[in-house]
Design a protein around this ligand. Structure first.
Ligand SMILES: Cc1cc2nc3c(=O)[nH]c(=O)nc-3n(C[C@H](O)[C@H](O)[C@H](O)COP(=O)(O)OP(=O)(O)OC[C@H]3O[C@@H](n4cnc5c(N)ncnc54)[C@H](O)[C@@H]3O)c2cc1C
Length: 339
C-alpha cells in the first residue's frame, strides 16, 4: 500500500504561478502512480471534488479549493525505442516540461525545441496541446498513459483519441476531464529539420547556416525572455486569452473598419485574430485595475502586481472582454482554467 500523506488545509500560494493565495481542503503530493489509485480507492477522498495540479502555470484560483488536490510529482524520463524513423521518448507527468525539452536536446534529439521554456509539467502538456513558435505537442505526440478514476485502471491513449485542437484536447471536455495523465511519450523525428515557420524565430536565426535544434531552442528562449514576464519575479499564467478564431466573412467586415487588424488565415478558411492586438487597441496594454494589470510588453499577459486576489484578475479579464466585444464584436475566451 503506497504512503498516503494527505495534508489538510494546505496552502497553494507557491504552487500557482499567478501567486494567488488559496488553500486546499486536502492535499496529496503524488510521487508514484500507485498513490493515485490508492487515494481514489478511499470512498471519502474519492467523493471530494478533485483538482489534478501540475506546475500551476495555467490556473487561476478564484477561491479556496474545497476538495482534494493531487499534486503530480511523478519523475522519470527515458528513450524507449525507435519506430518508423522516430525516436520514442517517455517522461512521467511530474517532470518539468522545459527540463525535459533540454534533456531531449542533450540526447541529440530534436523536435521539441520550439516549445522550450514553457512553464509547467509534462503531464499537463497534452491538456491544452501546448504550442508556441509554430509548433504544438500534437505534432510530436505518440501516446500517453492515464489513470481512469471511473474504472480504477490505467489505459493508453493515442493521438487520435486525444482530439487535439488549438489549446484544446479531450481532457478539456466532459468525457475526458476526470482522466489523470501519468506519463507521455513523444515520437521525435530521426531526420530532424528546423521548424522556422514563425517569422520572428526565422529572423532571429537568419544569419545561421543550417541551425541545430539546440540553436533553435536558444533562440526561442531568448525571444521568450525578452517578451514574457518570469513568473518567479511577477505572477502570471502566460497568455490569458486564446487568439479568437472567426469566420472569414467576419474578418473581412472587420478589416473594412480596422485595416490594421492582425489576422492569420487558417487552412479551413477561418481567421485567427491576434488577441494581444485587440487588447492593445482597446488601450489596456500596461494598464492596471487594482492589484492586477496588463503586462506592458505583451497585452495578452495579465499579471499580479503584488497582492492580487483571483477576483481582481477576473474583474480585469471581464473589463477587457467587455471592451474588446464592444469595439470588435469578438468574444475573448480565457486560456487558464478558473478554479
Ligand atoms: C510565463 C508563461 C508562459 C506560458 N507560455 C505558454 C506557451 O507558450 N504555450 C502554451 O501552450 N502555454 C503556455 N503557458 C501556459 C502553461 O505553461 C501550460 O498550459 C502548461 O502546460 C501548464 O502546465 P502545468 O503543469 O503548470 O499545469 P497546471 O496549471 O497545474 O494545470 C493546468 C490544467 O491541466 C490539468 N492537469 C495538470 N496536470 C495534469 C495531469 N497530469 N493529468 C490530468 N490533468 C492535468 C489541471 O487540472 C488543469 O486543468 C505559459 C504560462 C506561463 C506562466
Amino acid at each position: 500500500m503506497p504512503d498516503l500523506a494527505i495534508a489538510p488545509d494546505f496552502p497553494l500560494d507557491s504552487l500557482n504561478t499567478f501567486r494567488i493565495p488559496a488553500r486546499a481542503r486536502r492535499y496529496l503530493r503524488v510521487d508514484e502512480p500507485g498513490q493515485v489509485a490508492a487515494a481514489l480507492a478511499d470512498p471519502a477522498l474519492a467523493a471530494l471534488p478533485r483538482l489534478v495540479l501540475g506546475g500551476g502555470s495555467n490556473l487561476l484560483f478564484t477561491r479556496d479549493f474545497d476538495g482534494l488536490v493531487l499534486h503530480m510529482a511523478l519523475a522519470g524520463r527515458a528513450v524507449i525505442g525507435e519506430e518508423h524513423g522516430h525516436t520514442l521518448v517517455r517522461a512521467a507527468a511530474g517532470e518539468n516540461w522545459h527540463d525535459f525539452v533540454q534533456w531531449t536536446l542533450a540526447q541529440g534529439l530534436g523536435g521539441l525545441e520550439n516549445l522550450s521554456l514553457i512553464p509547467g509539467t509534462v503531464g499537463a502538456a497534452p491538456i491544452q496541446n501546448i504550442g508556441a513558435y509554430g509548433a504544438e505537442i500534437k505534432d510530436v505526440f505518440h501516446a500517453l498513459t492515464l489513470f481512469d478514476p471511473d474504472s480504477g485502471a490505467q489505459r493508453v491513449l493515442r493521438g487520435i483519441d486525444c482530439r487535439f485542437g488549438y489549446r484544446d484536447s479531450i481532457f478539456k471536455h466532459a468525457d475526458g476531464a476526470r482522466l489523470i495523465v501519468l506519463d507521455v511519450t513523444f515520437a521525435l523525428p530521426t531526420a530532424w529539420q528546423p521548424n522556422l515557420r514563425y517569422a520572428e524565430l526565422a529572423q532571429a536565426l537568419a544569419g545561421v547556416d543550417a541551425p541545430t535544434a539546440r540553436q533553435v531552442s536558444d533562440a526561442v528562449i531568448a525571444i521568450r525572455r525578452r517578451k514574457l514576464p518570469d513568473p518567479a519575479v511577477i505572477g502570471n499564467a502566460g497568455s490569458f486569452f486564446k487568439n479568437p478564431v472567426v469566420a472569414g466573412e467576419q474578418c473581412a467586415r472587420l478589416l473594412e473598419s480596422f485595416p490594421n487588424l492582425v489576422h492569420h488565415r487558417q487552412p479551413d478558411g477561418s481567421e485567427k485574430l491576434a488577441a494581444g492586438w485587440l487588447i492593445d487597441q482597446c488601450g489596456w496594454k500596461g494598464r492596471n485595475l487594482g492589484a492586477a494589470g496588463v503586462y506592458p510588453q505583451q497585452a495578452l499577459v495579465l499579471v499580479n502586481n503584488g497582492g492580487a486576489s483571483g477576483a481582481d484578475v477576473v474583474a480585469l479579464a471581464r473589463a477587457i472582454q467587455r471592451d474588446v466585444y464592444e469595439r470588435y464584436g469578438v468574444q475573448l475566451e480565457p486560456e487558464p482554467v478558473f478554479i
